[in-house]
Ligand binder design. Structure first.
Ligand code: HEM
Length: 483
């Protein structure tokens, strides 16, 4: 009866069926494959235009993909908490999963590390890594079919390590183990989040995942700490030199770890070693899968639409007509900004295949949603994937790929919360500029050097139920050299 009273505020909202005592809507996912579970979740969102109740066991989850309600939630200062699901991510003092009381001060202090002024240095780092991806693809037999995600994942990890830690991961001692463990600390929590049966600690501890995750976290943490100590010592010895030398000050590194060390000294408010450690982990997990998946989905869209691929190639070679077209120094934030068709292309990729298809929030105080007063402690699931495919916003061809949806004329008057690949409000993606730039840089290098084809048909695309938007099968594309 208590349970019924606790949730009586939601009695007028429709609910997903069937609902059973204790397991709630648990059976709708039971025994289903990953792509069927993803489709089932979309089915939940499609059952109600505004908001629908889903029971994760006895816990209520309020699901919406309506832009008005998403605006109410993401703009509400009492709805900035991350619910229990994010606890599995680890790095709990890091931005991504941090509870509100830790997060609000942290975000303010870390914001400058992702500001506009850091972009030129990030751009140079990303361009070098993208060039390496081209080199390794060029070693495949011409016209070979590859799973492009394998190459993109190596490239974004390379970028993350260079931009976050200032290291060349491929020159690092014990690199295979570090790479394997870094991957495991991102991958295992994602598996746990999307599998309700792995949620209770006492069950999870009995699985092989728990032991693997523990060992991987220890290896990664030891590696980060060694690096933090080394960087802190370097930083302190360079600080006095920088005070006297303006040129050195202007050229100082923009890698995330250096920025954190710089921020702690400029604000006089030290980041603890644990905070640095967790924020490095959080930023790397935020950047890794999202970037590689986006690039891999983009390569499939290129392969489906030869006309778009040709138009992008023409735009890139006319805006960046260097004799040495692969020179990383010709790419700058300004030259990338001139590529307006590439910008529309990436935006359309993010519409149809947002790397973060779902986000969740918990309200910390009573809030009003769609006229209903919701007591604190309730969980909202916001469907960015279904939002981006709503026919009432995007038209009857919402599922079709069309970069020109993002021309100024066609964007005018669109609901401001219709398109949210990086979420919105105070807890949006802190790395959205870096995410856009790194994706564009990889695509510039790929399109300049290769043609893409595929045997996959657009209507065959299916996705897995996971934290990030993974294709249900390999991203097989045929890669042919242009030169
Ligand atoms: C390339 C595409 C990217 C996409 C589509 C993307 C998307 C998102 C989304 C939707 C969120 C909100 C998550 C939530 O509320 O559960 C988020 C948060 C976050 N992202 Fe990204 N992201 C991308 C790239 C990056 C990059 C490159 C970085 C870092 C360099 C990054 C770092 C973060 C962090 C730290 C958060 C947590 C912010 C906070 O809670 O204050 N992301 N991202």
């Amino acid at each position: 009866r208590n349970h019924r009273r606790k949730y009586s505020f939601a009695k007028l909202w429709p609910e997903m069926e069937p609902v059973y005592p204790l397991i709630g809507n648990g059976t709708i996912m039971l025994g289903k494959s990953d792509p069927d579970r993803f489709d089932m979740l979309l089915e939940v969102f499609s059952r109600s235009d505004r908001l629908i109740k889903l029971w994760a066991g006895p816990k209520l989850v309020l699901c919406t993909s309506h832009p008005d309600l998403i605006r109410q939630l993401l703009n509400n200062e009492h709805c900035l908490e991350k619910p229990f699901l994010y606890d599995f991510v680890g790095y709990y003092r890091g931005l991504f999963a941090a509870k509100y009381h830790l997060w609000h001060g942290l975000r303010k202090r870390i914001n400058p590390a992702f500001g506009f002024r850091t972009l030129p240095q990030y751009t140079r780092i990303y361009a070098k890594c993208a060039q390496r991806m081209v080199q390794s693809l060029a070693e495949c037999p011409n016209g070979a079919t590859v799973n492009i995600l394998d190459y993109a994942a190596v490239c974004t990890l390379d970028m993350s390590c260079a931009a976050t830690l200032g290291i060349d991961v491929y020159e690092t001692e014990g690199k295979d183990e570090i790479i394997r463990c870094l991957d495991a600390t991102f991958d295992i929590p994602a598996k746990r989040m999307s599998n309700i049966f792995l949620h209770p600690d006492f069950v999870y501890r009995l699985t092989k995942y728990h032991a693997e995750e523990k060992q991987a976290r220890k290896t990664v943490c030891d590696f980060f700490i060694k690096l933090i100590l080394k960087k802190r010592a370097e930083f302190l010895s360079q600080r006095s030199e920088m005070k006297e030398n303006r040129a050195a000050e202007e050229n100082k590194s923009a890698t995330f770890i250096d920025q954190l060390l710089d921020l702690e000294t400029s604000s006089g408010d030290e980041f603890s070693q644990a905070e640095i450690n967790d924020n490095i982990g959080a930023v790397m997990s935020g950047a890794n899968d999202t970037g590689s998946l986006l690039v891999s989905h983009a390569c499939l869209f290129l392969a489906f639409h030869k006309d778009i691929q040709d138009k992008l190639y023409q735009e890139i070679v006319s805006a960046l007509p260097s004799t040495n077209s692969n020179d990383p120094d010709i790419i700058s934030p300004e030259s990338i900004a001139e590529l307006t068709y590439l910008d529309r292309f990436v935006k359309e990729c993010l519409r149809l295949t947002p790397s973060g298809p779902l986000i969740a929030r918990e309200n910390m105080a009573e809030i009003t949603v769609d006229g209903v007063r919701v007591p604190p402690g309730n969980v909202f699931l916001i469907g960015l994937y279904p939002l981006h495919r709503r026919k009432d916003i995007w038209g009857s061809d919402a599922d079709q790929f069309d970069p020109d949806r993002f021309t100024d004329e066609r964007s005018a008057g669109r609901h401001p919360y219709a398109y949210l690949p990086f979420s919105a409000g105070r807890r949006n993606c802190i790395g959205w500029r870096q995410g856009m730039i790194l994706t564009k840089i990889i695509l510039i290098y790929l399109i300049r050097n290769f043609h893409f084809n595929t045997k996959i048909k657009p209507e065959e695309l299916r996705y897995k139920f996971d934290m990030t938007l993974k294709l249900a099968f390999p991203h097989h594309v045929q890669v042919t050299k242009r030169f």
